[in-house]
Design a protein. Structure first.
Length: 183
């Protein structure tokens, strides 16, 4: 369970502040209600920005687009581990509720299959986006096995890993829904 956080003022180094703001999704983690949902929404926005660059601007093949998204997901996960460690140090909490980079990352993972299923306009279907969002939030909230166990990992690794696996679960079901032509 996440707790409200207060920032420890003695952690005022520049890298600590940068890591803290990345961890909070540049402020989304300070939303008064449902900060995780705001973080996941940032993941959706990030997906559309990256998709526009990769698929519309660069016109990469589906395989190349998927490769770019996999690399970006791994990089965002690693950045999230680092930033979450900074937020943990700043707040003194094991999993500060204000840290939503894990939701941003998990949602981006969940939406990755959508890049290989663009609509006629070249963008993912709204149904696909909605399904991916709802699936990720459900897995993130209810944490079926073994997602909850990953929270026990130390530091930023624990913060990020459960949401990454929730994103993988949601991605598999999103892909399956597309494969079966349900969305």
């Amino acid at each position: 369970m996440r707790s409200p956080a207060t920032v420890n003022p003695k952690n005022n180094r520049r890298l600590d502040r940068i890591g803290y703001w990345i961890a909070t999704g540049f402020g989304a983690g300070h939303a008064p209600v449902a900060p995780g949902t705001f973080g996941a929404a940032e993941g959706v926005v990030l997906f559309f920005i990256i998709n526009a660059i990769v698929n519309q601007r660069l016109a990469l093949s589906a395989t190349a687009s998927l490769s770019v998204f996999v690399i970006l997901n791994v990089a965002l996960y690693a950045l999230g581990v680092w930033a979450s460690n900074r937020a943990i140090a700043a707040t003194g909490l094991k999993d500060p509720g204000i840290a939503v980079i894990d939701e941003v990352s998990g949602q981006l993972i969940a939406m990755t299959p959508l890049i290989v299923y663009p609509s006629l306009a070249g963008y993912p279907s709204l149904a696909g986006v909605a399904v991916s969002f709802v699936l990720f939030r459900a897995f993130d909230i209810f944490k079926p096995y073994p997602i909850r166990r990953l929270e026990g990992l130390r530091g930023g690794l624990g913060v990020m890993s459960d949401d990454a696996l929730a994103g993988v679960y949601a991605a598999v079901l999103t892909w399956l829904a597309h494969y079966l032509k349900w969305i």
